[in-house]
Design a protein around this ligand. Structure first.
Ligand code: PMP
Length: 360
């Protein structure tokens, strides 16, 4: 079977060039006589892989020198606990903006270790927008301020980040990291599970400002202390070596494409093509407020679950897969991450138009 147009939300499409390169190096990595998966994480070959991964990522995201890059495990979900365990150090208070499923999980996790103030929420409209925040609601003595930069399920995106002054801003960027330029210096911590824009699932990226390392609560397990991994160069214990190698190839692919300047053009243009088609349609509509629409995850509905189901199954027959929406929104969702080519979105738009013509 030929490769399909893959709109999966994560694990998601990877660049074909990366898969081919990994295939070439799969059995024997360069002159080592073995696969990366068979190699010590303390070998010079692997050290070179993890160093090159970090160099390419720093280059692509323009990460300032006073930030550390950590390759961890446990998924983005572990960060829901790791962030409070490491950052609750003075007031043990944190402000959260609640934008759906991923903050719904992060909030109670932080609440186990301190006080969470939910200063804004979009729950009143099933999370289909990013709530406006009033600075007067911010806790000036908070240890950190937390957002989910792009909600994978609801398809919302922060177009502007809150100005939190001296309070470190923490962002879950699992589903939009490296999709557009960000000023890393505005954040205390950026974290992301790899399985959307960075590679296969299994590695979790943390970009953390140096001064936030080394203050973990006493109860923090060693493996949950950022200092453990910063001191150990992400090699305190056995890391997911093959996943770090794959992430390195993806970072280099983005760099060779022209970095985030080129990537954001590619992504904004794909998203516009799809949203324009949905806005023009009288059968389909995008569910998110226009000003808060994600350029990575595009939920849309017809309003009729039977028609939605038929759309999804007929699309799959045409090689357009992974379009089923999350159960909490229903309908469809097209995840159009970095590795999804423009021609996949063009094919989806053509199918949307054909389907509408044939069914109205
Ligand atoms: N945050 C966001 C925005 C997500 O989309 C996801 C799911 N991929 C998670 C957190 C949880 O990630 P993981 O499965 O890596 O724990």
């Amino acid at each position: 079977m030929a490769r399909v147009y893959n709109f999966n939300p994560g694990p998601a499409a990877l660049p074909e060039e990366v898969l081919i390169k990994a295939q070439k190096e799969f059995v024997e990595y360069r002159n080592s006589g073995m696969s990366i998966m068979e190699m010590s994480h303390r070998s010079p070959e692997f050290q070179d892989i993890i160093d090159s991964a970090e160099t390419a990522l720093r280059d692509v995201m323009k990460i300032p020198a006073n930030y550390r890059v950590l390759f961890l495990q446990g998924g983005a979900s572990s960060q829901f606990a790791m962030v409070p365990l490491n950052l609750f150090r003075k007031s043990k208070k944190a402000d959260y903006i609640h934008t759906g499923a991923w903050t719904k999980k992060a909030i109670p996790e932080a609440g186990r270790y301190g006080t969470v103030n939910v200063i804004a929420s979009s729950e009143d409209k099933n999370f289909n927008y990013i709530p406006k925040v009033d600075k007067s609601a911010f806790s000036s003595d908070a240890d950190y301020f937390y957002i989910c930069a792009n909600n994978t399920i609801y398809g919302t995106r922060f177009t502007e980040f809150p100005d939190t002054g001296d309070v470190p801003l923490v962002a879950d960027m699992s589903s939009n990291i490296m999709s557009e330029k960000v000023d890393v210096s505005k954040f205390g911590i950026i974290f992301a599970g790899a399985q959307k824009n960075l590679g296969p699932s299994g590695v979790t990226l943390v970009i953390i400002r140096e001064d936030l390392i080394g203050h973990a609560m006493d109860i923090t397990p060693t493996m949950f202390d950022y200092k453990t991994h910063a001191d150990g160069g992400s090699l305190f214990n056995t890391p997911p070596t093959f996943n770090i190698y794959m992430a390195k190839l993806v970072f280099e692919w983005v760099r060779d494409m022209g970095g985030l300047d080129a990537m954001e053009k590619h992504n904004f243009s794909k998203a516009k093509v799809l949203y324009d088609a949905l806005d023009e349609s009288s059968m389909f509509s995008a569910t998110v407020a226009p000003e808060d629409r994600s350029i990575m995850n595009v939920p849309f509905v017809t309003g009729n679950p039977d028609i939605d189901a038929r759309f999804i199954s007929e699309a799959a027959e045409k090689g357009l897969v992974g379009l089923k929406g999350h159960r909490s929104v229903g309908g469809m969702r097209a995840s159009i991450y970095n590795a999804v080519p423009a021609k996949a979105v063009d094919a989806l738009v053509a199918f949307i138009r054909d389907f509408e013509k044939n069914n109205s």
